[in-house]
Design a protein around this ligand. Sequence first.
Ligand code: DCP
Length: 157
Amino acid sequence: VIGESVALRPVPGMVAVIVEGSVREVAAGVVIRGGRVLIAQRAHPPSLDGLWEFPGGKAEAGESGPVALRRELHEELGVTVRVGDRLDGEVELDPPGRAQGAGPTLLRAYPATIEAGEPRATEHRALHWASAEDLARMPLVDNDRLWIPALQALLRE
Ligand code: DCP
């Protein structure tokens, strides 16, 4: 749970009522180096096996997206990263078996800079430093495609 989503609803006679609901986050890391971005090939579940993603994972209860991402990239790649400001856009995931009344799970992406270590695949099938062209032609998981145009622009800068 990354915190609370807060909606402000105007009500006559009041300034606002705060409506809170928990939001769960999956944080994905965009690690750019030398004009390329790091992508990782998933091994599971079967529906995503072989597809490439920006590595990351689910925030635990009470954990922010950036903190979760730092933890996940350490677990999955063996690197220590500094996490930057979230990229525009998010994708609502539909986890099977989501509890009734539970809030949405949102996939969000953050730039991450490696502070220590060299990425190695401990949970993924493989790692690849992708060029702008690779992003266009390699099979990425559908959700992550949202960030391809922005990343291609960044990589071509
Ligand atoms: N996901 C995605 N794009 C990413 C990373 C994740 O679409 N760049 C999706 C795939 C899964 C969900 O988010 O449906 C959770 O991702 P992971 O399985 O990688 O996260 P965890 O490792 O935290 O999950 P678990 O603990 O269930 O293995």
